[in-house]
Design a protein around this ligand. Structure first.
Ligand code: UFG
Length: 339
């Protein structure tokens, strides 16, 4: 298939790009590199030994989108591009609505003009909000609790309406849980700009000596060890999930929302222990107050992905940690090392 990836140089985008190249699809990447490095694309090209088209462009630029759609003629789009920092979204909500929601509208208009009717969208478990029950299944009410989460929710609703305009349209809303890990080669991985917001890259930067100590945000939650519990999923499992979802929407029309998670909860302290085991490095901890806006715990009911397109996670917590450590130790400063 001819597949266009928006945000294809980012963390999840680059791993999915590699997966799809290995499956012999034709790929085209659009990325504005606001939170990604061109070096990621060079490394994917080297790992896959395949050529693919890429453009330094924003999805807000409808003229550029038309040019790219006209020349590449994609049969499907996987839409990763977007801003993704929860805390920043409280401070700059309009930037989030503009990039994420308006950007998606521009993309869908370009798809309509090019008669491209299939899209896989990077949504998030954050659309569920405070749990009414756990694990979250796809029927759980949607009530996101921050602007970032609301952009994902609004985009899902827009995509549902968009799908109704043509019986041949096919939309897959993939609700990711907590992606971690890196490609086992150590050549591509997560390279956050500035201080990492997320647990795993923070642990990795402590392990490599870039940060002195891990702040554990809260140890008084009503969870088995008092720390926050999440459903961590290896980014390569997530990438395979996109390939499976894409295959599904080539054979089915309409809209589906599907959780991509491991289906089990892991605490902050369990994650630190697994990382120490995988890396042989000990991680100094400091117990800090709860981070505002954090939920105590959540994890996925991942059975729908298995039923619909026969996907489930394959990689363990120790593999996630070992792969992050390989990436971080081979690239102490991320993609910055080779520039
Ligand atoms: N945590 C720490 N110290 C840190 C960073 C995180 O203790 O330095 C804790 C958090 O308090 C939480 C857990 O580690 O208990 C996981 O936090 P992350 O920031 O890694 O992940 P979140 O679950 O907060 O957020 C992630 C994504 C969001 C997404 C959300 C739900 O970053 O984009 O999952 O899918 F919306």
């Amino acid at each position: 298939m001819r597949i266009l990836l928006t945000g294809g140089a980012g963390y999840i985008g680059s791993h999915t790009l590699l997966q799809l190249l290995q499956q012999q699809h034709e790929l085209c990447v659009i990325d504005n590199f606001s939170n990604a490095a061109p070096e990621a694309l060079s490394r994917v090209a080297r790992l896959s030994n395949r050529h693919f088209e890429h453009h330094d462009a924003t999805i807000l630029d409808s003229g550029r989108l038309d040019e790219i759609f006209d020349s590449f003629q994609p049969e499907a789009v996987i839409h990763f591009a977007g801003l993704k920092a929860v805390g920043e979204s409280d401070l700059k909500p309009l930037s989030y609505y503009e990039e994420n929601v308006f950007g998606t509208i521009q993309l869908l208009k370009a798809m309509d003009r090019a008669k491209c009717r299939r899209i896989v969208f990077s949504s998030s478990a954050t659309v569920y909000g405070t749990p009414h029950y756990l694990p979250y299944n796809e029927a759980h009410p949607l009530a996101p609790i921050n602007p970032y989460g609301r952009t994902k929710y609004f985009i899902e609703e827009i995509l549902k309406d968009w799908a109704k305009t043509d019986a041949e349209k096919a939309v897959m809303l993939l609700r990711y849980f907590n992606p971690v890990g890196a490609h086992p080669s150590g050549a591509i991985g997560e390279d956050p700009m500035g201080v990492p917001n997320n647990l795993m890259p923070f642990i990795a930067q402590v392990a490599i000596g870039r940060r002195p100590v891990l702040n554990v945000f809260g140890n008084d939650y009503d969870t088995p060890d008092g720390t926050g519990v999440r459903d961590y999923i290896h980014v390569d499992d997530l990438a395979r999930g996109h390939a499976a979802a894409l295959d599904y929407i080539t054979h089915h029309t309409g809209v589906e929302a599907v959780n991509l998670g491991a289906g089990k909860g892991v605490s902050v302290l369990e994650m630190v222990k697994a990382f120490e085991q995988a890396s042989g490095v000990s991680i100094p901890l400091h117990f800090a107050p709860r981070r505002p806006g954090d939920l105590p715990q959540f994890w996925a009911d991942a059975t729908k992905a298995k039923t619909l397109f026969n996907w489930e996670v394959e990689k363990s917590l120790v593999e996630m940690c070992a792969d992050v450590w390989r990436w971080q130790s081979q690239n102490p400063h991320g993609y910055g090392d080779e520039t």
